[in-house]
Write a protein that binds this ligand. Structure first.
Ligand SMILES: N[C@@H](CCC[C@H](N)C(=O)O)C(=O)O
Length: 285
């Protein structure tokens, strides 16, 4: 089977984007892993499938598959920005504000005049059952009315994480120097920790000032990526709840900068950042 694709990136988080608006795609997890494979396929952190929506008032549906595992997941912030760029560049819409449904949410996205995209990422979710996170028997450290949870890792060390869902699960750990953070060792241990029944994205956040953090994320099903949009939202939300950050924060990931705004409470999280096409191609699967 031959498949046309667009390769895109947002702050270095890279995607294979497939247009399924004209006819549905019948791909398996193995196909998605193959597309994500940097040696035997195209290479991408995630594969995004753009479809028509059957819901009134919603412009598109887009589905997200992790490139490492091939599993379908709920949410992808950098992917959402690339999705908007894609539907514009392909002439699938001329609207600058687009409404799209993912597996579990509706997002509203706005293509800015400078080419960046702002995504309304909805309100963060803290209920453990909805993350999901199993805190039974754990005693958290309270800070500013929010909790840091102890997590025992394989080597016997206990770390502390804040937990939040941005539609997908995140554990955020504060570190002194993100360049030296043990992302490659602790990342997989946190991702597969049995306190997270659906696994988790593991963020390592260095607080530079109240409006600036540095962040690395070991993503569920993809490994460490150059940026994670939902990870940036989760880190800023956790940092605000813990009293470390103000309401508008620049997040420097290894691949670029995202700006995250959150007023707290039930307010929606806004994420702004770049989205670019890298090349187009055809692949034999
Ligand atoms: N790169 C993403 C997140 C993609 C999904 C994630 N790996 C998961 O499994 O939840 C982003 O920009 O948010």
């Amino acid at each position: 089977m031959k498949l046309r694709f667009t390769k895109m990136q947002g702050a270095g988080n890279d995607f294979v984007v497939l247009d399924a608006t004209q006819q549905p795609l019948q791909l398996t997890a193995e196909h998605y892993r193959r597309l994500g494979d940097r040696r035997f396929g195209v290479g991408a952190d995630q594969i995004l499938v753009v479809e028509k929506s059957a819901t009134p008032g919603v412009d598109f549906r887009y589905r997200i598959f992790n490139g490492g595992s091939g599993e379908e997941v709920e949410q992808c912030g950098n992917g959402a920005r690339c999705f908007v760029r894609f539907v514009h560049d392909k002439g699938l819409t001329t609207q600058r504000t687009v409404r799209v449904e993912t597996m579990n949410t509706l997002l509203e996205l706005r293509l800015q005049d400078d080419g960046r995209v702002t995504v309304d990422m909805n309100a963060p979710v803290f209920e453990h059952a909805r993350i999901p996170f199993d805190a039974s028997g754990l005693t958290p450290r309270e800070l500013n009315g929010f909790q840091l949870w102890p997590l025992a890792l394989g080597d016997g060390d206990d770390i502390e994480v804040a937990v939040v869902s941005m539609g997908n699960p995140h554990a955020v750990r504060r570190v002194d120097d993100v360049k030296r953070a043990p992302v490659d060792i602790e990342g997989p241990q946190i991702e597969g920790h049995d306190r997270f029944p659906r696994r988790v994205n593991a963020g390592f956040m260095e607080v530079v000032s109240r409006s600036h953090i540095r962040l690395r994320v070991y993503e569920r099903g993809a490994g460490e990526t150059l940026a994670c949009g939902t990870g940036a939202c989760a880190a800023v939300v956790a940092g605000i709840r813990l009293g470390w950050l103000d309401h508008r924060v620049d997040v420097d990931a290894p691949g670029g900068r995202l700006t995250i705004e959150w007023a707290g409470g039930d307010a929606h999280v806004l994420m702004t950042g770049p989205a670019q096409t890298v090349f187009e191609g055809e692949v034999e699967l």
